[in-house]
Design a protein around this ligand. Structure first.
Ligand code: PEP
Ligand code: MG
Length: 888
């Protein structure tokens, strides 16, 4: 079949269908589909997106054959409607509208009432018996066409109309008579002529081509370009043009126009929802000049409205409308967002499309439709955006609330909160103890801020990326966090910060939205989360289909319980250094780090070991029968060294070592690149007593729990391993300590030893590591950092410009770089299996909660993902989607 530029549609018959969105645009494809369903659609035709693409590629030339095809479609339209384009007695009028593949509401141009001129306007007047109506249509057409196609500012038209209103002493358009509209129209035309140097086009065909080219042209207007950039819509898609015979909602009290959703798009409730205006054209609903009325009686009563609903004022048409939208919803098997017009008691459908909806509505609608048998449970799962669940689990800003944004940073941990600004962790604790809600504002956070982070409702940092200390800890705690808000200059000593030229002081209220990265002035209204039955239903379906196991990253009993409640099947990463965040413990850890000999370290470790043992025992009890992967200490030193004189004083007191000596030691230990420094297993190998003490605590805890009838499943994990020699050393140590504890206690507990894969070298030599490692856990935070050679702590400042310039698609610390980091993971996983075919592999970096990264983990056959507690539901759903998607 040769290529067509034009696809016609009329009730009962159409050249196109709903699957042809790429060619016909969303609107055109659905008009064709509705026509085929024999629904009341005004007849018309669609000029394809390919014609628009051709137009742009060929210096604004129309493709060959288009004019002839349009002529033919127009002739067909004339015969279907029994009207003539330009016919003085019985004029065919058309609307010309854009319609891209993806909806771009309001971004491109529309012209209504096209085909009117000085002669046809009289024909329309005679035909309708309403001269005023015909002239009103004509003046609207001249305004719209001149503005959209000829580039005349609509202010010029408003000025003329205002002069006439003053002259006539009337204030509203409806008080203007036919005679006076005639004078307005004449002045409009004079003005256009004097501005452009030629008459307003009178030939309907000229008008049509002018409008078609204007719609093509509007694809490249600034609004549309901006919208496309925001929504990732490619520039080369082009728009289709829909030419459709006009129907009029403004032909008296039995005419109307409206918009509707087949279910409530904000709550998901299964009732028709929408509004309409009697005696109006579509544009009037959007323009907000008159207040629209409810469609249904129920909605009107709920709103306490007096003016009658469509159900009451036009009962027959309403009944037809209701059954039409029911057909559409069943046909498309999704909620529809429709536009319609009633012309003198006759219904016309002008548009249908799958409705946009809130996260909450999406969940309810998916579950309801599956229960109604309209879709399958797999389809229901595919219709919920996993990312949106994350929001549903936290309070969020009321989308209707006004907000003044004072700065923006990275959306590091979802949820929203309002509170008073504090600049120190101690202030956060003090004020929150006094019953205040506070937001902790810092340049960056470190372990000594933990108590303040815990006391705060939310955390903002000016520096640091998506895997900075603040981001990781806040996510773990379920606190909203915005990190890397570089536009804020923070002066903690003065108790203020400056953003976009405004100063905010200690105690002033701000709000932050950790899902968008916005920091907002004052308090903003919130919507509380609710764990509806729908949520539990979707999760249950997800578990039926997913193959990946979902574990959590947790180290406190509270986090572990939260994660278990969200369906985690064990702990995939327990960062032991995070267990030292309270004041007493951090002092002991500092004492250990700062000790300058083994005896000093052992003294500090003796304080730490019992605390650790209790912690591990508690985690084993909570996760009874489920794996708990304990990662041995990996403290980036800069996060744990004392920062202030007060910190040093506390350590000096606890250890009995002089402050001066401690200062000296702190200096000695401070590193230029702590992220690449004396971290991870390097610490455990150089100071074996540290890991030995941790291992003792773990095995003693496991024995204790097992003796009490529990089933601990410890997995010992070694961080930042680069060589097989490191792994041999660490595994030997692990087995030796285990054997010692088991002999001491007379009890054996089954355990596994494994490694994190966080360094390219480890990935490339994974076959060797697998000789001693029984499992691999990909630490993709460090693996991303070391693969790119960009610091997880310092990259915040240049990542945004990189994303804006299109050099990075996404922040690689948020969504796995599948091409690079992903290649290393694939290599490691293959090599690991060659040595140990049953090796268990998972991911525990922050990517474990990112849907796209989860799909990747599924595709390469990992066994599990581990993520922060609040992301567990997201991961379960994303894992199900990956399984369903790959089964197709
Ligand atoms: C990682 O590097 O991905 C990881 C999970 O470890 P951490 O974030 O504690 O360095
Ligand atoms: Mg790491």
């Amino acid at each position: 079949m040769s290529k067509h530029w034009v696809y016609a549609f009329r009730a009962g018959q159409a050249d196109g269908d709903a699957t042809m969105k790429e060619l016909l645009g969303g609107k055109g494809a659905n008009l064709a589909e509705m026509s085929s369903l024999n629904l009341p659609v005004p007849p018309g035709f669609t000029i394809t997106t390919e014609a628009c693409v051709h137009y742009y590629k060929n210096n604004s030339e129309l493709p060959e054959g288009l004019v002839a095809e349009v002529e033919r479609a127009l002739a067909e339209l004339e015969s279907t409607t029994a009207k003539g384009f330009g016919n003085v007695d019985n004029p065919l009028l058309v609307s010309v509208r854009s319609g891209a593949r993806a909806s771009m509401p309001g971004m491109m141009d529309t012209v209504l009432n096209l085909g009117l001129n000085d002669a046809t306007v009289d024909g329309l007047a005679k035909l309708t018996g309403d001269e005023r109506f015909a002239l009103d249509c004509y003046r609207r057409f001249i305004t719209m066409y001149s503005n959209v196609v000829l580039g005349v500012s609509h202010h010029s038209f408003e000025d003329i109309l205002d002069d006439h209103k003053d002259r006539l002493g009337v204030s509203v358009d409806t008080d203007i008579t036919a005679k006076d509209w005639r004078r307005v129209v004449s002045d409009y035309k004079d003005m256009v002529k004097s501005e452009l140097g030629h008459d307003f086009p009178q030939d309907p065909k000229d008008q049509l081509w002018g409008a078609v080219k204007a719609v093509f042209g509007s694809w490249m207007n600034d609004r549309a370009k901006f919208y496309r950039k925001m929504h990732d819509i490619p520039e080369d898609w082009g728009t289709a043009v829909n030419v459709q015979s006009m129907v009029f909602g403004n032909m008296g009290e039995t005419s109307a126009t409206g918009v509707a959703f087949t279910r409530n798009p904000s709550t998901g409730e299964g009732v028709l929802y929408g509004e309409f205006l009697l005696n109006a054209q579509g544009e009037d609903v959007v323009a907000g000049i008159r207040t629209p009325q409810a469609l249904t009686r129920r909605a009107r009563e709920e709103m306490g409205e007096k003016s009658p609903s469509m159900e009451e004022s036009l009962p027959d048409v309403f009944a037809q409308f209701k059954s039409t939208v029911d057909i559409l919803e069943r046909h498309y098997r999704d909620v529809q967002d429709v536009e319609f017009t009633v012309e003198q008691g006759k219904l016309f459908m002008l548009q249908t499309r799958n409705a946009k909806r809130t996260s909450k509505a999406a969940l309810k609608i998916a579950v309801d439709m599956a229960k109604e048998g309209l879709i399958t449970s797999q389809e229901a799962l595919m219709r919920v955006d996993p990312g949106s669940l994350d929001q549903l689990l936290h309070p969020m800003l009321d989308p209707k609330a006004e907000k003044v944004i004072i700065a923006k940073g990275l959306p590091a941990s979802p949820g929203a909160a309002s509170g008073k600004i504090v600049f120190t962790a101690d202030d956060a604790v003090r004020l929150s103890a006094a019953g205040e809600d506070v937001i902790l504002v810092r340049d960056e956070t470190s372990p000594e801020d933990i108590h303040g982070m815990h006391a705060a409702k939310a955390i903002v940092t000016a520096r640091g990326g998506m895997t900075s200390h603040a981001a990781v800890v806040a996510r773990g705690m379920g606190r909203p966090c915005v990190s890397g808000a570089g536009e804020m200059q923070i002066y903690s000593d003065r108790g203020e910060f400056v953003a976009r030229g405004q100063t905010f002081r200690h105690g002033e209220v701000i709000t932050l939205d950790g899902s968008t990265g916005e920091i907002i002035k004052g308090a903003v209204r919130m919507i509380e989360p609710d764990f509806s039955e729908d949520f539990h239903q979707i999760m249950a379906w997800a578990d039926e289909f997913k193959r990946l196991e979902v574990r959590t990253n947790a180290e406190t009993p509270a986090d572990a319980r939260t994660a278990l409640g969200f369906g985690a099947k064990g702990i995939g990463l327990c960062r032991t250094e995070h267990m030292f965040f309270d004041d007493e413990r951090i002092a002991a850890v500092r004492e250990m780090i700062l000790a300058d000999d083994e005896a000093g370290r052992r003294k500090a470790l003796a304080k730490i070991q019992p605390m650790q043992q209790n912690d591990f025992a508690e985690l084993f009890r909570i996760m009874d029968g489920l794996p708990v992967t304990v990662r041995l200490l990996d403290p980036p030193l800069h996060e744990f060294l004392p920062h202030t004189e007060e910190d040093v004083r506390i350590v000096a007191e606890a250890s009995g070592v002089g402050a001066e000596k401690l200062y000296k030691r702190t200096k000695e230990l401070s590193e230029t690149n702590p992220m690449l420094g004396w971290r991870g297993c390097r610490l455990g190998i150089t100071f074996p007593e540290i890991y030995e003490s941790q291992l003792r605590a773990i095995f003693h805890a496991a024995v204790e729990v097992q003796k009490a009838g529990g089933t601990p499943v410890p997995e010992i994990m070694h961080p930042l391993v680069a060589t097989s020699q490191e792994m041999v050393n660490l595994t030997d140590m692990t087995h030796r300590i285990a054997a010692e504890v088991f002999t001491e206690t007379g009890t054996k507990v089954a355990y596994k030893t494994g490694t994190m894969i966080e360094l390219p070298r480890a990935a490339l030599l994974a076959d060797k590591l697998a000789q001693s490692a029984e499992f691999f856990s990909f630490g993709t935070n460090d693996l991303t950092q070391t693969t790119y050679g960009i610091s997880r702590d310092d990259s915040g400042r240049f990542l945004n410009p990189y994303i804006e310039k299109g050099i990075f698609d996404k922040d690689p610390f948020v969504s796995l770089d599948q091409e690079g980091v992903g290649a290393l993971i694939s290599i490691a996983s293959q090599k690991g299996k060659t040595t140990r075919p049953d090796i268990k592999m998972g991911i525990c970096g922050e990517h474990g909660g990112d849907p796209a990264s989860i799909a990747f983990c599924h595709a390469i056959g990992l066994a599990y993902v581990s993520c922060s507690p609040y992301r567990v539901p997201v991961a379960r759903l994303a894992a199900a989607q990956a399984a369903i998607g790959s089964a197709k």
